[in-house]
Design a protein around this ligand. Structure first.
Ligand code: GLN
Length: 197
C-alpha cells in the first residue's frame, strides 16, 4: 500500500487519514522531519493556516517538507493546506509565511461570513465529473501562475488547481466522503512508485 503522510500538527487530520485508509493507502502522521522518510505522497489538511505555518517552523518541518515537495513528492493541500502551498497570501496574518511550492496567490476566508460554510456540488476537470464537497471559511485562488491547471471554480472563482504533482483545493472532500481528489493523489503516488529508483 502507498504510504501517505498527513501533516498532523493541527486541523482536520483524522478525516484525511480515514479516507486514505478507505482507499487502501497507509496513512502516516507527520509531526517531525523523520516522518517524511519513505512517503509516497503527503496531505496538508485544513485548519488555521497561520497556526500551521508557525508550528511547521517550530517543529523544524518547514524546509524538509518544502524540499520533499519540490523533489516531486505528490502533495494535496486542502483549505489551510492550499494556503500553505501557495506562493503568496493577499491578506496574511502578521508574519505569516507560505511554503511557496505552488505558483498561485490566495485570499483567505474569501466567501465572506454569509456563506461561511456550505455544502455544494462542483464541476471537476473537463470530462463532466463533479465533486460533492464542503467549504469552511475557505480561501480562493486570486492569481494562477503559468503552468498551473485550474480544476474547479465555485461562483466563478478558482477553488482547485494542480501543478506537476501538487494539488491545491480550497474545500473539504474528506468531510463529505468525496474520494475523487484523494484518488487523484494516489494515482500520482502510484505513478511515482513505478519510476525506476
Ligand atoms: N480560514 C482558514 C485559514 O485561513 C482556513 C479554513 C480551513 O482550513 N477550513 O487558515
Amino acid at each position: 500500500a502507498p504510504r501517505v503522510g498527513v501533516l498532523a500538527l493541527q486541523g482536520g487530520v483524522a478525516e484525511h487519514a480515514a479516507m486514505l485508509r478507505e482507499l487502501g493507502a497507509e496513512p502516516v502522521l507527520v509531526r517531525t522531519p523523520e516522518h517524511l522518510a519513505g512517503l509516497d505522497a503527503v496531505v496538508l489538511p485544513g485548519g488555521e493556516s497561520s497556526t500551521l505555518d508557525r508550528l511547521l517552523r517550530l517543529f523544524g518541518l518547514r524546509d524538509p517538507l518544502r524540499d520533499a515537495i519540490l523533489g516531486g513528492l505528490p502533495t494535496l493541500g486542502t483549505c489551510a493546506g492550499l494556503i500553505l502551498l501557495s506562493s503568496g497570501i493577499e491578506d496574511p496574518a502578521p508574519g505569516q509565511q507560505t511554503l511557496e511550492v505552488l505558483d498561485v496567490t490566495v485570499a483567505r476566508n474569501a466567501f465572506g461570513s454569509q456563506v461561511d460554510s456550505a455544502e455544494v456540488t462542483l464541476p471537476w476537470g473537463d470530462d463532466g465529473a463533479v465533486v460533492r464537497t464542503a467549504f469552511i471559511r475557505a480561501p480562493v485562488v486570486t492569481r494562477v501562475g503559468e503552468g498551473v491547471e485550474v480544476l474547479a471554480r465555485h461562483r466563478g472563482v478558482v477553488v482547485a488547481v494542480a501543478s506537476g504533482s501538487v494539488i491545491g483545493i480550497s474545500f473539504h472532500p474528506e468531510l463529505t466522503g468525496e474520494t475523487t481528489v484523494h484518488e487523484r493523489l494516489l494515482q500520482l503516488a502510484e505513478a511515482r512508485r513505478s519510476l525506476p529508483a
